[in-house]
Design a protein around this ligand. Structure first.
Ligand code: NOJ
Ligand code: CA
Length: 681
């Protein structure tokens, strides 16, 4: 594989890098390029603090900075000894993504701080300021090369000014990130995962204010949770090793970026590109083999218990069944067929026996060579599946052989999985690991790197949260990391309608999600509402636009699609790679309207969702190209549709529109709308 050193794709707007070295002052401040965001750093009473304002008004009150190391007390930080400034305005191009060309316009302030312990004697904090938020990270550059150190505390805190509501779930739960969000006063946060999104509820005279805390470029470091103190301060809590240390590092080192998105609307958070801008450029020189696309799979039938992952009379991954899916994929233009349960190890209690999984040996009724040859004839790729059940040493031992085998038969995408309670993963030393501590952060990247050497892309389930690493490793195509569609098969309860109106403003701020939309028969024979999907058919279409992923599954059974060719047409038409994306309207947990333009295309696609409340929305079409006509193909909730009694009523209509028009959406309870704007000129 070709690796290259970081390089910008094209500095269309020119680079304005004018680093200046200022004499040390007690307090150093810097503003974002448009002077919207300001950060100030200072030392006081033995600590270093930063504070943030937006448009001249305080947003984050002074909060501490710095790490603590094993073997020495928490450092007293006594002085700010130097400040360096810079600015940069560039654009770069994604190989695939929600937006092809991304502008990275930021100013930068690096302060050097002096502490009274050997390891913190001098360290730097670099702030990158954008008009829609900021990131900052530590560089412990004075720790001698090769010296091993253990981080025992991260003092980084966030102190929002005013009263906020938050959407969150308890961190360190056994189901990792697969929980429903609760909305509470932010002061009630105990321990939350990031992205953690807040909406200001008081002190809001000049309009709305939304914040989201997360991190970017999480590499070789534990992932960060945020612990509340009951009074509104949120402090970093890193997922520990079993001995209680947080990160094991070798000097000198830098940390991931801690990020804060700041906007006047919820949509502004969703449209921020800070996350990607704070990651390094691609380390894969030739990305032409990395392909977005749509797929179907021998998957939902297992979740509905119509077939099994394990061997036996109901084994789903048999050659004939896979070829049936390949025929379906070829007929309707899908790129791939995911097949789960193809390999040895699924029989019995596989969750407890992950070390029995083979990643190269297929069950006898699954003929890998015949299937991939069949796929080649049909123009459809087999998508590999590696469920590890969290038995990481077993997977790592087979990883190279497995990827080599898959490459040899033409597989170019593998879905991985780590179904195991968080905190019970056993590493090579038999030490227990959290699902996103430093060990698993290393493992997840290692898998992507080995896969890249074999031209294979990864779709990780039960993953470490997304922190924008897809920029650096574009073969990290998508991941799960939230409650996905699978919960609508067997969840108790299943996902309520508001779930998918929360995700775009929380989980999705980290990056793409393999939610697996497109279930047409959400009821699947169940009588209880909370044991089956809670949405209308229009929602299942809208999700392809609202929840971004470069690979999207059409998750339902082939026969359910063939029974509804009217609705299925939208899934056939919708692409998964975009020129640009815009969140047009939205409130967290209530509704959202998203529009995206296909990469290199003239059409537009729109998705709208509401929660359990019926909602009428008017949407201006001013995102369309002025003066051009479009045929709006509208997939709306039909008469009587709602998520409880009538999930399948759908009206498909057509209308010629221009950018001067508006569309009215009359969304059912638990409903939505999907539109393709087909360019006519
Ligand atoms: C959980 C994943 O999210 C799901 O997609 C998969 O089918 C099962 N694990 C089995 O690997
Ligand atoms: Ca899962």
């Amino acid at each position: 594989m070709n690796l290259r050193t970081p390089a910008l794709f094209g500095a269309v707007l020119g680079v304005l890098a004018v680093p200046t070295l200022a004499a040390a002052a007690d307090r150093e401040c810097a503003q974002s390029p448009g002077k919207v965001i300001e950060v100030c750093v200072f030392t006081k009473d033995g600590s270093a603090f930063y504070e943030v304002s937006r448009a001249g008004k305080p947003v984050l009150a002074a909060a501490p900075l710095g790490l603590t190391f094993a073997g020495e007390p928490a450092a007293r930080i006594t002085a700010l000894t130097a400040a360096k400034r810079g600015a940069s305005d560039t654009t770069w191009e994604q190989p695939w993504g929600e937006q092809r060309v991304i502008r990275d316009n930021h100013s930068e302030l690096t302060v050097s701080l002096a502490g009274d312990t050997p390891l913190s004697k001098t360290f730097d904090v670099t702030f990158r300021l954008f008009d829609d938020g900021l990131g900052f990270r530590y560089a412990y550059g004075a720790i001698p090369a090769g010296q091993n150190v253990s981080v025992t505390d991260d003092r980084t805190s966030f102190r929002p000014v005013g009263a906020y509501d938050a959407w969150w779930y308890e961190g360190l739960g056994q189901e990792r990130d697969e929980y429903l969000y609760k909305q509470t006063d932010a002061r009630r946060i105990t321990l939350a995962e990031t992205p953690l999104t807040l909406k200001r509820t008081a002190g809001n005279e000049a309009g709305g204010l939304y914040l989201s805390f997360h991190e970017a470029a999480l590499v070789d470091f534990p992932s960060m949770l945020l612990a509340g103190d009951g009074a509104g301060t949120l402090k970093a809590r890193l997922m520990p090793w079993q001995d209680g240390t947080l990160a094991r590092k070798t000097g000198p080192f830098t940390t991931p970026w801690r990020t804060v998105l700041i906007g006047e609307t919820a949509g502004a958070l969703a449209d921020s590109r800070i996350e990607l801008n704070l990651n390094e450029p691609s380390k894969i020189a030739d990305t032409s083999w990395i392909k977005p696309g749509k797929y179907v799979g021998v998957w939902w039938e297992m979740h509905l218990e119509r077939s099994t992952w394990g061997s036996g009379p109901k084994h789903g991954a048999n050659t004939a069944n896979v070829e049936r899916y390949m025929d379906f994929a070829a007929k309707y233009g899908f790129d791939g067929v995911l097949v789960e349960g193809w390999n040895e190890g699924w029989d019995g209690d596989w969750i407890s026996n992950g070390e029995k999984f083979s990643f190269t040996k297929a069950y006898p009724d699954f003929d890998l060579k015949a299937i991939t040859d069949y796929g080649k004839k049909k123009g459809v790729k087999l998508i590999g599946h590696n469920e590890t059940a969290g038995a990481v040493p077993n997977y790592e031992a087979q990883l190279e052989d497995a990827m080599k085998l898959y490459e040899s038969v033409g597989i170019s995408q593998v879905k991985t999985g780590y179904v195991r309670h968080s905190g019970t993963i056993l590493d090579q030393q038999g030490e227990k690991q959290w699902f996103a501590g430093q060990y698993m952060v290393r493992h997840n990247l290692h898998v992507a790197q080995v896969a890249a050497q074999h031209h294979i892309s990864i779709d990780a389930h039960e993953p470490v949260k997304d922190t924008g690493l897809r920029r650096t490793w574009p073969n990290m195509l998508s991941r799960e990391g939230a409650r996905g569609q699978e919960f609508n098969a067997w969840g108790n309860p299943t996902n309520p309608p508001e779930h998918t109106t929360i995700l775009p403003f929380t989980r999705m701020l980290g990056g793409p999600m393999d939610f697996t939309p497109g279930i047409f028969d959400v009821v699947h024979g169940k009588s209880e509402l909370t044991r089956r999907g809670q949405s209308t058919l229009a929602v299942q279409l809208a999700l392809y636009v609202v929840l971004y992923s470069p690979i999207q599954m059409a998750a339902d059974l082939p026969e359910n699609y063939e029974a509804r060719p009217d609705a299925f047409q939208f899934i056939r038409d919708v692409p998964t790679d975009w020129e640009t994306s815009k969140t047009l309207q939205g409130e967290i947990g209530d509704y959202i309207v998203t529009a995206r333009q296909p990469r290199g295309g003239k059409d537009w696609f729109l998705g709208a969702l509401t929660d359990e409340t019926a909602r009428k929305l008017t949407q201006k079409l001013d995102f369309l190209a002025p003066g051009k006509r479009y045929e709006a193909q509208i997939y709306a909730d039909g008469p009587g549709a709602d998520y409880i009694t009538n999930t399948t009523a759908l009206t498909v209509s057509k209308k010629v529109v221009t950018s001067k028009d508006s569309l009215d959406f009359d969304m059912a309870p638990g409903g939505g709308a999907a539109v393709r704007f087909k360019a006519l000129d």
